[in-house]
Design a protein around this ligand. Sequence first.
Ligand SMILES: NC(=O)c1ccc[n+]([C@@H]2O[C@H](COP(=O)([O-])OP(=O)(O)OC[C@H]3O[C@@H](n4cnc5c(N)ncnc54)[C@H](O)[C@@H]3O)[C@@H](O)[C@H]2O)c1
Ligand SMILES: [Zn+2]
Length: 387
Amino acid sequence: MTPPTVSSSSRSIRVRLAGDAADRSYTVVIGSGVLGGLGAAIHSRPTDSVNASRAIIVADSAVLVSHAAAAEASLQAAGIDTQTLTVLAGESAKSVTEAARLWSELAHLAADRHTHIVAVGGGVVGDLTGFVAATFARGLPFWQVPTTLMAQVDSAVGGKTGINLDAGKNLVGAFWQPLGVVADVNTLATLPEREFKSGLAEVVKYGMILDAQFFGWLETNAHSVMARDPAAILYVVERSVALKADVVERDEHERSGLRAVLNYGHTFAHAFETTAGYGVLLHGEAVAIGMACAARLAMELGHIGADIVARQDRLLESLGLPLRAPCLRHTPAEKLLAVMARDKKAVAGRLNFVLPERLGHVGLVGGIDPSLVCRVLMQSLLSDCPA
Ligand SMILES: NC(=O)c1ccc[n+]([C@@H]2O[C@H](COP(=O)([O-])OP(=O)(O)OC[C@H]3O[C@@H](n4cnc5c(N)ncnc54)[C@H](O)[C@@H]3O)[C@@H](O)[C@H]2O)c1
Ligand SMILES: [Zn+2]
């Protein structure tokens, strides 16, 4: 069932999962003021024919009194009982310790399979809460209310949930699709500048991997995006979600290799985040630097010309994103290579990279000579190369 239209300035994008997964298809509602429709959206998705009567909100502490309270008000207005759990802001919350704490809290609150779990916050709270919802009582109904640009354009859609280990980012997780996503762009008004820019890295990623026209639109409209012009932001979120939904629909569990395109820049990025220490580099910052590395690697391999590298660099810079990581300049490239070899996308320790072939198109490239990767890292991070 499709949730009702909740605001005249809202858009609904359907994530249509195929075959046996069809009943797990869901709607992403995007718009200004759509948070007020959360309760009605939840009522539109009964579980095992039981209408929702109870929800537990898991909220980022930074949005507790603002957006989580608005979510709670919408649920209560729809006659749904609510309780709220809080998670301290920041990447370090995506941990086994926090997951275990939430499992205990859910047990204490006697959550059952008809208790809807609603994540209100950024990608950290969404990934953590989704993982807890996927695993508690073998799976609870789950909703995403993303309040960062990163979460609205990327992490809230697609069903990847998880936590970090010291050994690597997102190493423990589950695919657990939400029953719906309510992305209210008004919540972005309180988002700090650095976090806003971090989300834009994933937006540039969509242009690079899937949509040259969107990339061109971003080049032309970078100023309006940075000024957070409401129409520009709505378009950025809408286009990004549509592009991601299309990929997820065709390869929900990253089996055919199609969904892997979304990992452009991420093999590098995850190694930077793990090595710098979680939270030192924001995820989007690491992705921006990772894309700068990946484009250079593609150029070294002769897949793209210097013009594409320069256009990506210019767009990232115009959106206030970094191309280099001074915090990693003393990290030996071999240490980063070792972390990359442990990445989930590595097969038997061999490095695979998603690399651009032209603007708006990428391919998966395997068996790359590690010394070439090392050279790119050395140029990009200004670190010492042992080779
Ligand atoms: N599951 C996926 O498919 C996927 C995709 C992309 C990223 N991710 C993950 O997402 C995480 C990053 O997410 P993020 O960038 O949203 O970071 P985040 O969740 O840490 O949020 C960023 C900061 O903004 C604060 N915040 C959130 N909403 C706010 C608001 N409206 N106003 C003011 N402050 C607000 C938070 O407290 C936090 O300090 C990473 O762990 C990354 O791995 C997952
Ligand atoms: Zn990402």
